[in-house]
Design a protein around this ligand. Structure first.
Ligand SMILES: *Cc1c(COP(=O)(O)O)cnc(C)c1O
Length: 456
């Protein structure tokens, strides 16, 4: 088999700035050892997130020029609406400025004290929008998904038995909706199988509960189904996407992921009455229903991005390049969540630095070292992000200590990825010299964004 190449050539380039190790040590110290506080200019390779960091195509940029900025009934809206309908099959398509804006609208309407929502795993903004209404968000992930070292094809699946037990426990009338996050972002970018979507749908149908997709990475999920699920080997990805959405009553979407744009999102649904309520709220919080929180040009770019993201050469390259990075560092002994997910590689910091306990933040130690060694910016997903304190002020650690290397779409080439692997492997080989960190400042909420650290 020949090398899987980037299925594009480069028309416009953006220089990246090189710094020396000595310079990076100073930059990191000044940022309180928190890469969120570093100027992006001082980062050589930025793997902080895959959200809104995609490179747009020449056709998308052409769409930016074509954008119709009419307040009502813009031509660009109808293009956007048709593109989203083609994939979701849903009756009502409501544009929003990001995924969380769609979440805010739907959960404000369906949530409230005494209500419960269940998911394979809720993404943090989704959970926050549910809890903000007073409702509870419950994760019901399959057991294998909770073990980083165990390999399974669909570690993002929902535990269907647990769902049914949960419905019986709290009462179907108290559960307005079940959400399947595809792929499961917080669980390592692991996919959900078509069979699992069908099974969850059957349970929802039995009890009269809505099923929505948190569809941010729907195309990556569909490609995993094609690669791994029996009966889908020859099916075009677009048809797999359509089947996934066909079981759902609607979706929330961050176009900053699988619509290959830098801003945007949607809420799609089929229920007339619910759609009316959503649109009324949209007008208050986002904008008129034919632009939501977006400019006409953004709607054009999304419509075009949705055509490109289901291209199988693109998806082959996308999934393969993430896997390539995962396999390369695994071969050198670096422990990661297996198998590699769609949009990111997650290093298992507990196994990488077994000598550094959770209250000395092993994930943060790796994040800092990757920046110093190679100017690579990553993010800790462990006790810095999710740690809590008990009554005596002792840290209650997160379930896992991870470092996420998120891969922006169509941005880096294979030599960039080779370089990233070299930096990770070099850091791993020097792990015996690494030390933990202490938090010297933290905000009361979402502390990981602004916390300051000191090396121990
Ligand atoms: C990014 C993301 C969201 C939120 O979308 P924003 O556009 O960042 O508001 C929701 N769910 C998942 C799974 C995501 O990855």
């Amino acid at each position: 088999m020949k090398t899987i190449i980037e299925p594009f050539k480069i028309k416009s380039v953006e220089p990246i700035k090189f710094t020396t190790k000595e310079e990076r040590k100073k930059i990191l110290a000044k940022a309180g050892y928190n890469p969120f506080m570093i100027h992006a200019d001082d980062v050589l390779i930025d793997l902080l997130t895959d959200s809104g960091t995609s490179a747009m195509s020449s056709d998308q940029w052409a769409g930016i020029m074509r954008g119709d900025e009419s307040y009502a009934g813009a031509k660009s809206f109808y293009k956007f609406e048709a593109a989203v309908k083609k994939i979701t099959g849903d009756k009502f398509i409501i544009p929003t400025h990001q995924g969380r804006a769609a979440e805010k609208i739907i959960f404000s309407i369906l949530g409230g004290t005494g209500k419960y929502f269940a998911s394979n795993t809720f993404f943090d903004t989704t959970r926050a929008n549910i809890e903000f209404t007073g409702a509870e968000a419950v994760d019901l992930l399959v057991e294998v998904g909770k073990h980083p070292e165990k390999r399974a094809p669909f570690k993002g699946n929902m535990d269907v038995k647990a769902l049914e037990a949960f419905i019986k426990k709290v009462g179907k009338e108290n559960i307005p909706m079940v959400v399947l996050t595809v792929t499961n972002n917080s669980g390592g970018g692991q996919p959900v199988s078509m069979q699992n979507i069908r099974d969850v749908k059957n349970v929802c149908k039995k009890y009269g509960i809505l099923l929505f997709l948190d569809a941010c990475r729907f195309a990556e999920n569909a490609y995993f189904i094609k690669l791994r699920e029996k009966g889908f080997e020859k099916k075009p990805v677009l048809e797999i996407c359509q089947e996934m959405f066909s079981y759902a009553d609607g979706s929330t979407m961050s176009a900053k992921k699988d619509a290959l744009v830098n801003i945007g999102g949607w809420l799609s649904l089929n229920d007339d009455e619910l759609a009316l309520k959503c649109r009324n709220l949209l007008i208050v919080t986002e904008g008129f229903p034919t632009y939501g929180g977006l400019a006409g040009r953004d709607l054009e770019a999304i419509a075009q991005g949705l055509e490109e993201v289901v291209d199988e050469h693109y998806l082959e390259y996308r999934i393969r390049s993430t896997e390539y990075l995962g396999k390369k560092i695994m071969a050198a002994g670096v422990p990661i969540i297996e198998p590699p997910g769609g949009h990111a590689i997650y290093i298992d910091a507990k196994r990488f630095l077994p000598g550094i306990p959770p209250n000395e933040y092993p994930g943060q130690a790796i994040v800092c070292e990757l920046y110093i060694q190679g100017g690579v910016r990553t993010v800790e997903i462990g006790s810095v992000m999710f740690g809590k304190y008990d009554r005596d002020g002792k840290l209650i650690p997160a379930m896992m200590e991870l470092v996420r290397l998120a891969i922006p779409r169509r941005v880096y080439t294979q030599s960039h990825v080779d370089y990233i692997a070299e930096v990770v492997i070099e850091t791993f080989n020097n792990r015996k010299k690494m030390k933990g960190y202490k938090i010297i400042y933290e905000a009361p909420m979402l502390r990981h964004f602004t916390a300051k650290f000191k090396p121990l």
